[in-house]
Design a protein around this ligand. Structure first.
Ligand code: GDP
Ligand code: MN
Length: 369
C-alpha cells in the first residue's frame, strides 16, 4: 500500500484570520470565468460572493470568456459588480471547435450516441468543446497572456468564509503549481480510454513515476508475469499496459488556483496535442478535470499540489467546509474517496447545513470595506 505522505507536505498557508494586506503588491493573476450570456444571474451570484469574501480587499481583475458575443445586458450589469478591472473576451472558432482535420460528421454521430447512452453531458456538442477548451487552448488565450496565475470560477458558486490572504502570493511563495478544494471520482463511462492514452504517453517519453502518479493508481491484483495478458483480457482503458488501473480520482476543476505557465509548458501542451489527435474529446467525453489531474500526477510530485482546505466552497451538489481556527482539528474525513489519497478532501460534505461551516474570519467579511 502507498505510504501516506508526511503532513508537512501540504498545510494551509494560514490557520488564523489575517489582516488583509490591502496595500501589498499583487501577483500577475486573474480570476477567470467562462460563462454563457443567459447565466448572468448565477454569474453575478459568484462574483458577489468572491468580492464579499476575498476580492474587495485584493481587487484582482476578472476575465470573462464566451464562445459567442456578449450581450449588452451582460456587460452592463457585470461591469459594476467587481472591485477590480473587468475584461470581456470572445473566443475564436479555433479555440472552441473540433481539432483541425477532425471529421465533424463522425464526431457528431459519436456525440449523438453518447447522448442516447445516457452519458452525463455526452450528447451536448458544446460541452465537448468546453472540455477540450479548458484542457488546452484556455492557457494560451490572448486575454490571459499578461498573467502567470489564474483562479477559475464558475456561475453559481458560493464561498462560505473570508479568505483573508492572497492565495496567488502564497502559491508563489511555497513553490506550488496547482491548488484545489474538492476531489471526486470520475464517472468511468465518460472517459473509457483516457487513462490508457496518458499512461502510454508517459511510457513513450520514459517519464519517471511520481508519488502522485502512484497515488492515483490501484495496483493490479494479477501476478506480474500474467499482467500483460490480463491487461489485454480485461482492458477497459482505465488500465495501463501492465494492468494497473487509474482509481478515477481527480481534482474538481470548477475551482482551480494554478500556474498558467505550467500548463503553457512544452510537456503539458504536447500531451494535450497528442490527446487531441486521438479524437477522444469528442468520441468520448473526456473532462478537463481528468486531463489536468492525470497530467499533474504524471509531470509533478505531490508537493507541488495544494489543497485549499481552508476555503469554504460550494458548487452544484458539493461543498467543502473548513475549520480554520488554529489548533482545531480538521473535520473527520468523510468517506475517503480512495484509500491513501494524499489529496482526499478533508471535511467534504454534501450538505453544508449538516455540520455548519466554521468561518473564523467572518467578522472580517462584515467589517471589511
Ligand atoms: P458542470 O460544472 O460540469 O456541470 O458544467 P457547467 O455547465 O457548469 O459548465 C462549466 C463551465 O463552462 C461553466 O462556467 C459554464 O458557464 C461554462 N460553459 C459550459 N458550456 C458553455 C458554452 O457553451 N458556452 C459558454 N460561453 N460557456 C459554457
Ligand atoms: Mn459547473
Amino acid at each position: 500500500s502507498i505510504p501516506r505522505p508526511d503532513h508537512d507536505l501540504d498545510k494551509p498557508f494560514y490557520s488564523r484570520c489575517q489582516e488583509p494586506a490591502v496595500n501589498q503588491s499583487r501577483e500577475d493573476a486573474a480570476l477567470v470565468m467562462l460563462v454563457r450570456n443567459w447565466e448572468l444571474e448565477k454569474a453575478l451570484k459568484t462574483v458577489h460572493s468572491i468580492e464579499k469574501h476575498f476580492n474587495k480587499w485584493f481587487h484582482y481583475p476578472i476575465v470573462f470568456l464566451n464562445d459567442v458575443p456578449w450581450t449588452d445586458e451582460f456587460m452592463e450589469r457585470m461591469k459594476e459588480a467587481p472591485s477590480g478591472e473587468v475584461v470581456f473576451d470572445v473566443l475564436t472558432p479555433e479555440e472552441w471547435s473540433f481539432p483541425a482535420g477532425m471529421d465533424a460528421e463522425a464526431a457528431r454521430e459519436s456525440i449523438d450516441r453518447q447522448g442516447k447512452a445516457g452519458i452525463l453531458y455526452g450528447g451536448l456538442e458544446s460541452y465537448h468543446h468546453m472540455c477540450r477548451f479548458f484542457s488546452g487552448k484556455f492557457y494560451n488565450v490572448p486575454a490571459l497572456r499578461p498573467y502567470k496565475w489564474y483562479w477559475r470560477i464558475e456561475p453559481d458558486v458560493e464561498f462560505h468564509c473570508a479568505i483573508t490572504y492572497d492565495p496567488f502570493l502564497e502559491m508563489a511563495r511555497h513553490d506550488k503549481v496547482y491548488g484545489f478544494t474538492i476531489a471526486l471520482t470520475e464517472l468511468p463511462r465518460t472517459c473509457p480510454t483516457l487513462f490508457r492514452r496518458i499512461s502510454d504517453f508517459k511510457e513513450a517519453r520514459h517519464l519517471p513515476t511520481t508519488t502522485l502518479w502512484k497515488a492515483m493508481i490501484s495496483p493490479s491484483w494479477v501476478p506480474w508475469p500474467l499482467r500483460g495478458m490480463s491487461s489485454w483480457l480485461f482492458n477497459t482503458g482505465h488500465t495501463d499496459r501492465h494492468g494497473d488501473s487509474w482509481n478515477l480520482c481527480h481534482y474538481w476543476s470548477n475551482f482551480e488556483i494554478a500556474s498558467l505557465d505550467f500548463f503553457r509548458g512544452k510537456e503539458y501542451q504536447e500531451l494535450v496535442r497528442s490527446l487531441d489527435n486521438t479524437g477522444g474529446f469528442y468520441h468520448e467525453r473526456w473532462g478537463d478535470a481528468d486531463v489536468h489531474s492525470l497530467a499533474l500526477a504524471m509531470l509533478l510530485d505531490a508537493r507541488y499540489i495544494h489543497h485549499f482546505q481552508d476555503i469554504g466552497y460550494h458548487h452544484d451538489i458539493f461543498t467543502q467546509c473548513p475549520v480554520n481556527a488554529a489548533g482545531e482539528k480538521q473535520l473527520p474525513r468523510s468517506e475517503s474517496l480512495v484509500e491513501n489519497q494524499p489529496w482526499a478532501p478533508e471535511g467534504r460534505h454534501d450538505d453544508p447545513n449538516a455540520i455548519g461551516c466554521r468561518c473564523e474570519c467572518d467578522a472580517a467579511v462584515r467589517g471589511g470595506t
